[in-house]
Design a protein around this ligand. Structure first.
Ligand code: E4P
Length: 216
């Protein structure tokens, strides 16, 4: 299972990279705005900096919602760095743009996916990644993890190569559950990744080892 960090915060990306388990980064306009990244030149520089920190795929989202606009923006983003993955919204023109980019060998990530039908379309259009948002489904009292299971089943039925990127991961157990189901990738906050480290028996066991080591 690949681990992506879902942020545009450079310190957090550096910290996750230093841990040695990071496979990529996902961003979106909200995450970029949260870091105060504004203006085309700053946005471009920010993506380039992220690509220099991480040795893996970096999803950069288009803002356009029409085919021509998505193609223009996506081509410019893809030209920035070989690690850039063009992130496209799950709408009709997003699917058309996905087919356009996959035919050109440019990686894509279909975002804002909330149903199996949408995931099926993304795979048919040759998406590199499909991003079902599990946390946002949980937010409306719907089982986000169940969607991951259903997409896994459908993709396995037909050996689709599109990777299931469990997105909108909010906490550590989301990661563990996605791994059990067989999501190919998860993207979440640093806190959820670091939560995997924690167990009280590890802490108390280490404290005892260190105490006993004093008598050696
Ligand atoms: C990832 O690609 C998404 O942008 C992200 O996971 C959304 O997460 P949120 O629902 O916590 O905003």
């Amino acid at each position: 299972m690949k681990f992506f960090i879902d942020t545009a915060n450079l310190s957090q990306i550096e910290e996750a990279q230093a841990l040695g388990v990071l496979d990529g980064v996902t961003t979106n306009p909200s995450l970029m705005a949260k870091e105060g990244i504004r203006g085309e030149a700053n946005i471009i520089n920010h993506y380039k900096t992220i690509c220099e920190i991480v040795d893996g795929d970096v999803s950069a989202e288009v803002i356009s919602t029409d085919f021509d606009g998505m193609v223009k923006e996506g081509e410019a983003l893809a030209a920035l760095h070989p690690q850039i993955v063009v992130k496209l919204p799950m709408i009709k023109d997003g699917i058309k743009a996905c087919r356009y980019f996959s035919a050109k060998g440019i990686k894509t990530n279909l975002t804002l996916v909330f149903s199996v039908g949408q995931a099926l379309l993304a795979a048919k259009a040759g998406a590199t990644y499909v991003s079902p948002f599990i946390g946002r489904l949980d937010d409306i009292s719907t089982d986000g993890l169940h969607l991951i299971s259903e997409i896994r089943e459908v993709y396995d039925n037909y050996d689709f190569e599109t990777e299931i990127l469990a997105a909108s991961v909010r906490h550590t157990m989301h990661i563990v559950d996605c791994a059990k189901i067989g999501a190919d990738v998860m993207t979440g906050p640093l806190s959820a990744i670091e939560g995997l480290l924690k167990h009280p028996l590890t802490d108390s066991g280490l404290a005892k080892f260190l105490e006993d080591a004093k008598s050696l």
